[in-house]
Design a protein around this ligand. Structure first.
Ligand code: AMP
Length: 282
């Protein structure tokens, strides 16, 4: 497995791969890899013959009050996990390498970035769209794989690619969960043992909501039940739980189209997100 940490070396490598007719698959991550990330590698391998895993904790997508400085990381562990899973190139630039000068150019996807996580994370999606664009220009992928875990992010990236005619195919991989149902996240490690146990409520309310919707209960009543259940859990501070169309992220009151139920909840200073997609045909 190759390790590359400079933009110029990665661009040169990508150019050579393309000249040799290789299909490049990119998996962008912020590291501290878990099975959710590793499943994206498997997905990328289906659509490409060279996989590039990027590891970069992007300061531009964290607001000043957020956990950029506490974001977990262990580059040697990540590199070894990536190698075992069959990644061909790990690209892990420094902040100085990615942002050598003051960044004056930003990618801003409108409206769908202003709801859900975007309502409370000022500038978050601007940072995400910009760093993903930079990674596309550096790694030159044919295909990029993102997780449904960050459903809004996946919708934003797909819209950006469509609107700007970016020549990259986007694949969205299913959410990988712990045995008790908690969505895997690099942030789970920062939960106290008690909060880790209690965090199972997040997936439970989503599974129950889906069951309720499919049985014909109203969106309003399943959301009300979910809110009550989360509020009953010690230390759980619900930021939002909402039902929206997917991928347009319009508010939905009736189940007449594919539906996303998404939530964010804080346990102490750890912010967790989760979601479930309910297809109209299911
Ligand atoms: P992150 O390192 O948190 O920025 O995540 C990198 C990529 O992995 C994103 O596309 C996430 O949606 C995806 N991802 C994170 N957690 C999971 C999970 N539990 N299941 C599937 N994909 C995930």
């Amino acid at each position: 497995m190759e390790r590359i940490s400079t933009v110029s070396a990665m661009q040169a490598r990508a150019k050579a791969l393309r000249l040799n007719g290789r299909r490049i698959g990119l998996i962008p991550t912020m590291g501290y890899l878990h099975e959710g990330h590793l499943s994206l590698i498997d997905e990328a391998k289906k659509y490409s013959d060279i996989t590039v895993l990027s590891i970069f904790v992007n300061p531009a997508q964290f607001a000043p009050n957020e956990d950029y400085n506490n974001y977990p990381g262990d580059i040697e562990r990540d590199i070894s996990l990536a190698e075992k899973r069959g990644v061909d190139i790990v690209f892990y630039p420094s902040v100085e390498e990615m942002y050598p000068d003051k960044q004056l150019t930003w990618i801003n996807v409108e409206t769908i970035t202003e709801v859900l996580c975007g309502a409370n994370r000022e500038g978050h999606f601007r940072g995400v769209s910009t760093v993903v664009t930079k990674l596309f220009n550096i790694v030159k992928p044919h295909v990029a794989v993102f997780g449904q875990k960050d459903a809004q992010q996946a919708a934003v990236i797909q819209k950006m690619v469509d609107d700007l005619n970016m020549d990259v195919m986007i694949h969205i991989a299913s959410i990988v969960r712990e045995p008790d149902g908690l969505a895997m996240s690099s942030r789970n490690i920062r939960l106290t043992p008690e909060d880790r146990k209690n965090a199972v409520i997040l997936s439970q309310v989503l599974f129950r909501a889906k069951e309720g919707i499919l049985k014909g209960e109203s969106i309003h009543s399943v959301l009300a039940a979910a809110i009550k259940d989360i509020q009953a859990v010690a230390h759980a501070e619900l930021e939002y739980i909402e039902a929206r169309s997917y991928p347009d992220l319009e508010p939905m009151t009736d189940f007449n189209n594919d539906l996303l139920i998404a939530l964010a909840t804080h346990f102490g200073n750890v912010r967790l997100i989760d979601n479930i997609l309910i297809e109209k045909s299911s």
